[in-house]
Design a protein around this ligand. Structure first.
Ligand SMILES: NC(=O)c1ccc[n+]([C@@H]2O[C@H](COP(=O)([O-])OP(=O)(O)OC[C@H]3O[C@@H](n4cnc5c(N)ncnc54)[C@H](OP(=O)(O)O)[C@@H]3O)[C@@H](O)[C@H]2O)c1
Length: 91
């Protein structure tokens, strides 16, 4: 009850990633909708599990909140939806 359905959902997502073999040593992990209910709990859980979390948000004013939750990097969600440049570094 304390973590709510959003927290429960976030944990199920993290368990599914682990079941799929995703590991902190594989590199950065991206959380979209990071400032939302599910996303913010996911940022916290993943960061506590040792992942380097990149938080994508449409609300850059929430950067401090996301950093406090454990996000190592904040990206504007537009950066992920716009077409990249030719020969851009793959990420
Ligand atoms: N909460 C639950 O118990 C629960 C349970 C099962 C499934 N779900 C599903 O999980 C998802 C997130 O739920 P939530 O409760 O966390 O909702 P939420 O608090 O409203 O968060 C959704 C987040 O999505 C991002 N977003 C909004 N418009 C967007 C757009 N046009 N493009 C890209 N991102 C956008 C925003 O993130 P930023 O603010 O960071 O920009 C927003 O905070 C939903 O699809 C929901 O149906 C939720």
């Amino acid at each position: 009850m304390a973590i709510g359905t959003a927290g429960y959902t976030a944990m199920l997502c993290v368990l599914a990633l682990e079941d799929g073999g995703v590991d902190p040593v594989d590199g950065d992990i991206l959380v979209t909708g990071a400032a939302g209910g599910v996303g913010s709990v996911a940022v916290s859980i993943l960061s506590n599990l040792g992942y380097r979390v990149v938080a994508s948000t449409g609300r850059p004013q929430e950067a401090e909140f996301l950093t406090k939750l454990g996000a190592a990097e904040i990206v504007d969600r537009r950066e992920l939806s716009e077409q990249g440049a030719p020969l851009q570094r793959e990420r």
